[in-house]
Design a protein around this ligand. Structure first.
Ligand SMILES: [Zn+2]
Length: 688
């Protein structure tokens, strides 16, 4: 289980879900552990470090048509997907015994690639739920259909009405409670529904066209479709208005409101909660604690339930039932979805089907696919080396917490106690992966298989509610190119997917690995001690331990980062700046990561001067490696979406701002006063 507070290295859903592969992979490293063809020596590092470090790559790279963004994460992901595709297409899977996990993986993939079968089956797998929506006679019956609809979609994030799932009790980390939070939107952020700038208006027009097109495909008349589209937009806009801004979701205490089910019922009396919980399979709802993240949202939802006509809700539920799984639906639906993504992100084509299907299988049967991947591509030697990296960075954090000047003795004692309990054992893959024994696929109807997989995952999540916390659970699969820190588990998870170049290379030297995966590990570890991390103790309980005086000192230091980010212009021609308050946590972790990891490099060198490799010192290659992992090209529209809703800053900022706050960077590249990269020592942000 991933708590809603878990901090990933990079946004998991949204843009990342659209990626595909179309470019040849980059040139091989030349013994330096770095791809030196990425370096642009025509630009001095003191003038524009990002260009110097990856200008060669920027010059020769175009974003593939099916992608909103293209960078090191996407390239590593492409490598993984290509490896997985070969595994999924192998007879080892397709000819494995019926009922085995291997066979389920092979069957799911095969059904996905059978486009003729998908056309022939149409939306018949959705027929039961569409019939129930059509038969609704009152708003009070809506809850049971909503419960059923939840299980249709692949993630809690795009479920109708609101989000519902398990959550480790923030005040008692040993138990799992129910979590209810704002949601019910289709587009990524509330701003997409509310902003009045020309781009937002254009996106909303494209969205309305998409919704209208889907109703037309469902056979509705033009007049009826137009009315239904207005209903969907009006309900989603009302839900967007009732939602908090993304930056206001970062404060765990402000988004924690535990209450018994009766109190939830009185927050939204027009919603038949008992019917709803029974429909989701939560049999003992009256006995479990419920955390209502944003009570104001549920009050507003109630007003909407009592005021909006039943027909509007039916249109809304119908839209969500059909739009949640377009990749598994006939071509006309996929084309409609692509037209919207073109307006929203700027992508112009779908990924190759084999890639979409590999990704879909990797999502639906994630840990079964992850076991295949780890067995073939993540040898014990790589796991052992990665564990050593984690241990060296953790040792640096220990030293840092012991000596940080802004931290008083009481806070320091709490911090060290928390670090002692921080679990770093989840590296590569779980030793006891999730089993898919109770999932049945291979129905010869791919959409039905997708719904079965979604329902399996939904039931698995709901079954956690009211039970003791399972500390062996992983929030992302082994093949995912990402990492996270979860404050309610007090642990970092570093999957095999990110333990590959350019992040990690078991055959490269320390400078490259510390600049890459070392900075990633440091980023995640410091999350345990930042403005969110200091709210949780070593056992994962929401129990702030930083003293008020130290919290104030920390805020002053983060204020430096906020000001730095607010001044940073992004989105070619879109007149946008980073939202400092939104990205402060992630930018702080980036600075923490690079600070700790550089010290780990110095410790490993033990004061001995390392001979330069390919003309670069170990310290230089550390920073070059850091820039390599954040190399990225992004379409302006996608960058806009990222700036509005993603707590992670844009890639270029992650490099330039972070290194110019790091003192050793100046010595490594001889960056002198008066050059563009130079920042006065007194103006450099310092936290860790
Ligand atoms: Zn992070």
């Amino acid at each position: 289980m991933k708590s809603r507070a878990a901090s990933t290295l990079r946004m998991l859903a949204g843009i990342a879900a659209l990626i595909g592969f179309a470019l040849p992979s980059g040139a091989a490293s030349s013994g330096s552990g770095l791809d030196l063809s990425n370096v642009d020596r025509s630009v001095p590092p003191s003038v524009d470090f990002y260009r110097f470090a990856i200008g060669g790559w920027l010059a020769r790279t175009t974003i593939p048509a099916d992608r909103a963004e293209w960078g090191s994460f996407d390239q590593a992901d492409r490598t993984t997907i290509e490896r997985l595709r070969r595994l999924l297409e192998s007879p080892d899977q397709s000819l494995a015994p019926v009922g085995s996990e291997r066979r389920k993986v092979g069957d799911f993939y095969a059904a996905c690639t059978d486009l003729e079968g998908i056309e022939a089956n149409g939306l018949s797998a959705l027929a039961p739920v569409l019939r129930r929506i059509a038969a609704l006679r009152s708003v009070s019956q809506l809850a049971s259909v909503a419960a059923e609809s939840f299980a249709l979609v692949p993630s809690f994030a795009n479920s109708p009405l609101f989000s519902f799932g398990p959550e480790q009790n923030p005040k008692d980390a040993t138990h799992v409670i129910a979590s209810l939070s704002q949601g019910g939107l289709t587009m990524d952020t509330r701003d997409d529904y509310l902003e009045r700038d020309p781009h937002s208006l254009k996106i909303r027009r494209a969205y309305a066209a998409y919704v209208g097109r889907v109703f037309a495909l469902l056979g509705d008349s033009a007049a009826r479709g137009a009315a239904e589209t207005r209903a969907v937009l009006s309900l989603e806009t009302a839900l967007a208005k009732a939602s908090k801004e993304p930056a206001d979701l970062r404060d765990p205490l402000a988004n924690y409101h535990p209450m018994p089910m009766e109190a939830v019922v009185s927050l939204s009396p027009h919603f038949a909660w008992r019917l709803y919980f029974a429909g989701t399979g939560l049999s003992n709802a009256h006995a479990v604690l419920m955390d209502v993240g944003q009570p104001g949202f549920f009050t507003a939802l109630d007003a909407l339930l009592s005021s909006a006509p039943l027909d509007s809700w039916k249109s809304y539920l119908r839209w969500h039932a059909v739009s949640g799984n377009t990749a598994a639906e006939p071509k006309a639906f996929r084309i409609a979805a692509l037209a919207f993504r073109r307006a929203y992100y700027g992508v112009t084509s779908e990924p190759p089907r084999s890639e979409s299907c590999t990704r879909a299988t990797s999502n639906a049967l994630g840990f079964a696919v992850g076991s295949l991947y780890a067995r073939s591509y993540f040898p014990p030697k790589a796991r052992a080396r990665a564990r050593r990296e984690v241990a060296s960075i953790k040792a640096q954090l220990h030293e840092d917490l012991e000596t940080l000047a802004w931290m008083g003795p009481v806070t320091r004692a709490h911090a060290l106690a928390k670090l002692a309990k921080l679990n770093t054992s989840k590296v590569g893959y779980p030793d006891h992966p999730l089993r898919y024994t109770r999932l049945t696929v291979g129905s010869a109807d791919y959409l039905a298989d997708v719904i079965a997989a979604n329902r399996f995952e939904f039931r698995r999540q709901i079954a956690k509610i009211g039970k003791p916390t399972d500390r062996s659970d992983w929030g992302i699969t082994p093949q995912t190119v990402n990492a996270y820190y979860d404050p309610s588990m007090n642990e970092i998870v570093v999957p095999a997917g990110i333990l590959q170049p350019p992040f990690f290379d078991p055959n490269a030297d320390d400078a490259v690995n510390f600049g890459g995966i070392g900075a990633v590990i440091g980023h995640e570890l410091t999350h345990g001690f930042d403005d969110q991390g200091t709210d949780y103790d070593g056992d994962g309980n929401l129990k702030p331990w930083i003293s008020p005086r130290d919290a104030a000192r920390f805020r002053v230091r983060v204020g430096c980062i906020i000001a730095q980010a607010n001044a940073y212009a992004v989105g070619d021609g879109l007149d946008l700046h980073l939202n400092g308050r939104l990205v402060a946590g992630e930018a702080t972790a980036d600075l923490g990561g690079i600070t700790l990891s550089f010290r780990a490099l110095q410790a490993s060198l033990g004061g001995r001067p390392a001979a330069p490799i390919a003309g670069f010192t170990a310290q230089q290659r550390f920073y070059l490696s850091f820039a390599q992992i954040w190399r990225s090209k992004i379409r302006p529209l996608a960058e806009r979406a990222q700036v509005l809703g993603d707590p992670h800053p844009v890639s270029r900022y992650r490099v330039d701002a972070t290194v110019s706050d790091a003192d050793p960077f100046y010595a490594a590249f001889g960056v002198a006063p008066g050059t563009p990269m130079y920042r006065e020592p007194g103006k450099r942000c310092r936290i860790w």
